[in-house]
Design a protein around this ligand. Structure first.
Ligand code: IFM
Length: 441
């Protein structure tokens, strides 16, 4: 890879990220079910109707996986703690085995010199709470805060950094408006509520974390470089609506206490009563911001479609296995925009960035030159953003392992380490070795 660790300041961390449902195997260890288990059982929702019940068997193989992080020269590991593993019914009785698992996992990281970066919600709404409306229920922030307190009392003393929510846009808009993720709703009222409640849950979690004495707390938002397909005024306006919903809604609520006008054009009639009163809770100061970035969106107006009347256009750039355009400059631009317009000097991490490819094991190795270039180019984009004033503190590759890619099942391989889902054998890819070499330089 065309960078060295020594190109970055000493306190800049390199690591890899995963999430509980995507790797652990939710059938192990007494975890309760979550909305992905039932979503996956409906034809057409998930390729092959696959779910996370076995995933990568990380629940059983976690020590080997932590060894991979250590042997790859990484400084930190971004993982998530599953709500239904800790509280199988979402509230009430605790699954002691689940809590112990995370206790051992965090100790295992520390023994290997890895800084634990915990995410509290990476998409597993317990089924018992999904029955009550999940993210659309006005009490969801209280349920979440109770979970946060329980897990924080168990492992918070050893965790280096905590994120409340991973990618609230996916939790709310993608899942309640576009219907692509669990619970698979296509309903503007549910979407508006989820978009507000997920932020309220973030705020409630921040309160608990502070009350428990935790510092180094933040949230992980996803961004894409939203651009109009051409200079036509209707396409520019459509891209601006998409930008407001995707890129601005969450960061403006947290840093400015308001929602963008272009998004409220559609959502205002559907917002929960008294939402304005929650903005102070939502706007508590962060210690850092996590930025997930994968691609850009090229957009045009779709006047025949309902609000927001925008649709993506296929772009000309080389694409990953997901069909996502590879556009590292977009990462630089997003980071500079965030620091200039929203967070100033606040530390930022790229908490996810990576690509899927149709990787295969041949003669015992996996050769993935496209991923080697992808990582080099995106790490260089971070360095450029730093030159332009962004206070970047780290980079986490998504993902350590090939894993359950939600609606795409196990078909898309994002890992630096290949997983054979029949044998569970892990095979580090060329990108893993080259990343390790760059970190050693
Ligand atoms: O796999 C997901 C992850 O769970 C959240 N961010 C995007 C990744 C790739 O789609």
């Amino acid at each position: 890879m065309e960078f060295n660790r020594s190109d970055f300041p000493e306190d800049f961390l390199f690591g890899a990220a995963t999430a509980a449902y995507q790797i652990e195997g939710s059938a192990h260890g007494g975890a309760g079910s979550c909305h992905w288990d039932s979503f996956a059982q409906v034809p057409g929702n998930v390729i092959g109707a696959e779910d996370g019940s076995r995933a990568c068997d990380h629940y059983l193989l976690w020590q080997d996986d932590l060894d991979l992080l250590r042997d790859g020269g990484m400084d930190a590991y971004r993982f998530s703690t599953s709500w239904p593993r800790v509280l199988p019914e979402g509230r009430g009785a605790v699954n002691a085995e689940g809590l112990d698992f995370y206790d051992r996992l965090v100790d295992g990281m520390l023994e290997r010199g890895l800084k634990p970066f915990q995410t509290l919600y990476h998409w597993e709404m317990p089924s018992a709470l999904a029955d009550l409306g999940g993210w659309a229920n006005p009490d969801v922030h209280k349920w979440f805060a109770d979970f946060v307190q329980i897990i924080t009392r168990k492992i918070g003393d050893r965790v280096h950094a905590t994120a409340t929510i991973n990618e609230p846009w996916c939790v709310s808009f993608l899942s309640h408006f576009l219907g692509h993720h669990a619970p698979g709703l296509r309903d503007i009222r549910a979407a508006a509520r989820a978009m507000h409640h997920v932020l309220k849950a973030h705020g409630a979690a921040m309160e608990v974390l502070r009350a428990e004495g935790r510092d180094n707390c933040g949230i992980v938002l996803n961004f894409e470089a939203s651009a109009p397909v051409d200079g036509a005024p209707e396409n520019i306006a459509a891209a601006a609506r998409q930008d407001a919903i995707f890129n601005r809604w969450f960061i403006e609520a947290i840093t400015q206490g308001s929602y963008p006008e272009e998004a409220m054009e559609g959502f205002a009639p559907h917002m929960p009563a008294g939402w304005q009163d929650d903005m102070a809770l939502i706007g508590q100061p962060l210690d850092w911001l996590g930025v997930n970035y994968y691609t850009r969106g090229l957009l045009r107006a779709a006047p025949d479609m309902a609000w927001p009347s925008v649709e993506p256009v296929e772009g000309p750039l080389p694409k990953t296995q997901m069909g996502w355009e590879i556009h590292p400059q977009g990462l630089r631009d997003i980071l500079v925009r965030l620091s200039r317009d929203y967070v100033g000097d606040l530390p930022m991490y790229v908490t996810e960035n990576g690509m899927a490819w149709d990787d295969r094991v041949e003669n015992g190795t996996v050769y993935d030159p496209a991923r080697v270039s992808f990582v080099s180019d995106h790490v260089r984009a971070i360095a450029e953003a730093m030159e332009q004033g962004a206070n970047m503190k780290g980079f986490f590759y998504w993902s350590l392992l090939d894993n359950y890619e939600w609606a795409f099942g196990y078909e898309k391989r994002f890992g630096m380490v290949h997983v054979d889902y029949d044998t569970m054998k892990r095979t580090p890819k060329t990108s893993y070795h080259e990343f390790a070499q760059a970190l050693a330089r």
